[in-house]
Ligand binder design. Structure first.
Ligand code: IMP
Length: 210
């Protein structure tokens, strides 16, 4: 199953337990300045079957994804579970963000369902936040789990062509562009994923030195 290569034998291999190419790209960009890992994603392990995301919270799901992949692949793994939370919708889409409109729903279908759900909400009830839990695990088990959030408001139509998921609908407080209109480098400086990653950066740095 391993895709290890020879030229990077001095680097620690770290698997980003995701097949979401947008997430993987954001992680790779943000991890680069933290430490010189030999970064992989689940695309490098096509035979690996991830566990079902049965947790009730982002943290539970991040932990189970990280632990399962680390044990199965016998590697250090970082896993993220994230999504959008709308308090006026009792927390939906929440941990179901990726499958809000159904198991194989596209980002567009999920956004359409969200727009249907919020269409009658007053503007002040369109408050929302992204949440990201990141878990770090070794083949021996879970090492750390952290959380980051990013608060903002939802628009009533898509704006912008960048990003993924609910990005075209979300404006962070203090900004006037959606996450899909901001450049990737700005999103990577202010996002929920960045905030969580900042909290785990020290653990990753010390991993490199051991
Ligand atoms: P997961 O892969 O099970 O963690 O699901 C993540 C889902 O949450 C994605 O499919 C998106 O719908 C949503 N999501 C997570 N992070 C972001 C983000 O940074 N921007 C937009 N949507 C996100």
């Amino acid at each position: 199953m391993s895709s290890s290569n020879n030229h990077s034998s001095f680097q620690l291999e770290l698997v980003i337990a995701s097949t979401n190419m947008h997430k993987v790209r954001e992680f790779k960009t943000m991890l680069k300045p933290i430490a010189q890992f030999d970064l992989r994603s689940l695309h490098d392990f096509p035979d690996y079957v991830p566990p079902e995301e049965t947790g009730d919270t982002f943290e539970e799901n991040a932990k189970l994804k990280a632990e399962h992949a680390a044990k199965t692949l016998n590697k250090w793994v970082i896993a993220d579970d994230s999504g959008l939370v709308v308090p006026a919708l009792n927390g939906a889409p929440g941990v179901l963000s990726a499958r809000y409109a159904g198991n194989d729903a596209t980002d567009l279908e999920n956004r359409k369902k969200l727009l249907d759900e919020i269409q009658y909400l007053m503007e002040e009830d369109r408050q929302a936040f992204f949440e990201c839990a990141i878990a770090l695990a070794s083949p021996e088990g879970l090492k750390k789990c952290v959380k980051g959030t990013c608060e903002g408001v939802l628009l009533n139509q898509d704006r912008g062509g960048g990003g993924f998921g609910y990005d075209p609908l979300f404006i962070k407080h203090g900004y006037n562009k959606t996450f899909a209109e901001l450049s990737e480098s700005i999103k990577n400086r202010i996002s929920h994923r960045r905030k969580a990653l900042d909290k785990i950066a020290l653990s990753l740095e010390s991993l490199m030195s051991t």
